[in-house]
Design a binder for this molecule. Structure first.
Ligand code: AGP
Length: 596
């Protein structure tokens, strides 16, 4: 998703903007640019491609100035091109803007402005902001900004640089402002502040910030001055370093054991769950739980359904956020809506949260990013404690989400059953994950062997099916190989027609009671010429030794999702490397999808 940064202060803006843009690369983008006000006017430099390309150009063609804005673009309206990248300049070139979001009424505004003689250079929706500001700001910029905001429909966080000032307006997309030493810096998220500010403030929808080197003032969209307090945050930017790993994805895979240790340390107190809720009474006697999320977070919800229904016997429905918004859920008394989100900014999930609240449903957010919009708007929040996740393909965030969901299942039943055995097993998970890491070189070899397959199926039963769905997404995301997940018993009802010697079927079999059925399903695939990779436990290895196998460490099968996903995350990672792809920043993907 697009990222915006900006700076006004006493130091050269160019290097600060480039550093901020680099920290936002993980959000996913296809072009990049900056505008910097120098002594002889605002200089704009933008291009398709990576931040590194812009950086090497600017090293030879430095732009000197103490105020500037920057942007990484994830294309929505208009293809990937130099003209469509940001910043965009107004007709007179006196106003430069960067934008994250979608202006839904841009087409009407474009026609209106063209009718007034404005000429557009790009195909984007964002460019209308620059010309609209010019149209309304002829006398007084601030008044013109207020008037312009009355005409914009959609979701946006944009920054407009005019003279020695930067005006930021927020409605839907996130923006944070930092106050450093004689300087102000802003970004789409905390990492973009590049550690230059410890005192920050998050703009809310309908708010404006006006930044100068010596001051920062806040206003509502109607122009009234408002009072916002900067607060100190400790953002550990060191987590956004590779620390010796070749890529963020593999670093974050191997961080999963310590993530679980952090969850144990923070949320388990002897034999009870140490969640601190505002209204714990809302969780007693629940009749129905909705789990609502997108992508990997949705897959964590599938695991959450199994464990909450299995362990605490409460009915759970898992719904993709973009569908929940369109559905008309039947409310059955004491209902809870759990929203899961790594970034806490996913637009679909945020809108689902607002829908649940509008229906009077109590909301619990399981979020990784502190101070994020979803964490601030939900009634209750549990942080998943994964730490900063940079790779677009989510791994440690997934493990942390299912970790919190397992403990939430225990929390819901804690008052009526002894949790000691459950928690003792949970405490073993970091050790078991570290045993799984030892499969690394074998998995790399399997990825080498199967990276030429043009179709990969993941099959499993029960908890293993939930893992299969997440494993399939991981492979698709980073290798671009077509992949699907199926309940193992379902493959023979049609899809088995696709099996041939160009396909690979990965069978996940962690449940002893289902192992024989899984072996039968795998044999059905093998009999039709399909390759099979069988993930199983050593205790039943004799039964499936006819397949290519990956032997999992011994563990309690109720906790299978923690263990089975790790080898499949590594399989996806190594497959991507074998194919020579950008594993941390896969094509077309964004880390946080802040548009509908
Ligand atoms: C995960 O690998 C993907 N990058 C994507 O599916 C992601 O999980 C989804 O967009 C939800 O993001 P969130 O957890 O930040 O809400």
């Amino acid at each position: 998703m697009c990222g915006i940064v900006g700076y006004v202060g006493t130091e050269e803006a160019q290097d600060i903007l480039l550093r901020g843009l680099k920290t936002l690369e993980y959000r996913g983008y296809d072009s990049v640019g900056v505008s910097i006000k120098s002594d002889d006017g605002i200089k704009l430099c933008k291009m398709s491609g990576r931040v590194a390309g812009l950086e090497s150009y600017l090293e030879k063609n430095r732009i000197s100035g103490l105020i500037g804005i920057g942007h990484t673009r994830w294309a929505t309206h208009g293809g990937v091109s130099q003209m469509n990248s940001h910043p965009h300049a107004s007709f007179s070139k006196k106003i430069h803007i960067v934008h994250n979001g979608i202006i839904e009424n841009y087409a009407d505004l474009k026609v209106f402005l063209q009718g007034k003689g404005f000429y557009f250079e790009s195909e984007t929706d964002s460019e209308v902001i620059a010309h609209l500001l010019e149209y309304y700001c002829c006398d007084n910029f601030f008044d013109g900004l207020i008037e312009s905001l009355r005409h914009l429909t959609g979701v946006f966080a944009f920054a407009a640089m005019f003279g020695e000032e930067i005006y930021i307006a927020k409605k839907g997309s996130p923006i944070v402002v930092g106050h450093g030493l004689q300087e102000y810096i802003f970004s789409s998220d905390l990492s973009g502040l590049s550690g230059r500010a410890r005192d920050v403030v998050f703009l809310e929808d309908g708010e404006i910030a006006v930044l100068r080197s010596s001051s920062c003032d806040f206003f509502s969209f109607s122009g009234e001055k408002i009072d916002k307090q900067f607060m100190e945050v400790n953002f550990d930017s060191s987590e956004s370093l590779l620390e010796g790993y070749p890529h963020y994805m593999v670093k974050e895979i191997f961080q999963q054991a310590e993530v679980l240790e952090r969850i144990i340390q923070n949320y388990i107190d002897k034999n009870s769950i140490a969640f601190s809720f505002m209204n714990p009474g809302c969780f007693s006697e629940l009749k129905k739980i909705y789990i609502v999320a997108c992508g990997t977070a949705y897959h964590a919800g599938l695991v959450g359904k199994s464990i909450i229904e299995g362990y605490s016997r409460i009915s759970v429905e898992v719904v993709v956020a973009s569908e929940f918004i369109n559905n008309d859920p039947i409310l059955e008394g004491n209902t809870l809506c759990i929203l899961i989100s790594q970034s806490g900014e996913t637009m679909d999930t945020l809108f689902a949260l607002r829908k649940a609240k509008s229906l009077g449903i109590y909301t619990l957010a399981i979020v990784n990013s502190r101070f994020s919009t979803i964490s601030r708007e939900a009634d209750e929040v549990l942080y998943s404690l994964a730490g900063v996740e940079i790779a677009v393909a989510s791994t440690k965030a997934y493990i942390s989400q299912i970790g919190v969901l397992y403990l939430f299942a225990a929390y819901l039943s804690g008052y009526k059953r002894d949790l000691s055995e459950f928690l003792d097993t949970f405490r073993q998970l970091p050790r078991v994950l570290r045993e799984t890491f030892c499969l690394d070189s074998q998995i790399e070899g399997l990825a080498e062997r199967f990276s030429s397959k043009n179709k990969v199926f993941f099959i499993g039963r029960g908890l293993d099916y939930a893992s299969a769905v997440e494993a399939s997404l991981k492979l698709k995301e980073v290798s671009y190989i077509s992949s699907e997940a199926y309940p193992a018993g379902e493959l023979k009802h049609g899809t088995i027609a696709l099996i041939d010697d160009q396909t690979l079927t990965i069978a996940i079999s962690s449940q002893e009671s289902l192992n024989s059925k899984m072996i039968s399903n795998a044999k059905e695939v093998q009999a039709r010429g399909g390759d099979v990779l069988f993930l199983g436990k050593s205790s039943s290895h004799d039964d499936f030794s006819t397949f290519e196998t990956l032997i999992l460490p011994e563990f309690d099968s109720m906790f299978a999702p923690f263990v089975t996903i790790v080898p499949l995350q590594l399989f996806a990672y190594y497959t991507s490397l074998k194919l020579g792809l950008d594993v941390d920043k896969p094509r077309n993907l964004a880390k946080s999808v802040t548009v509908e």
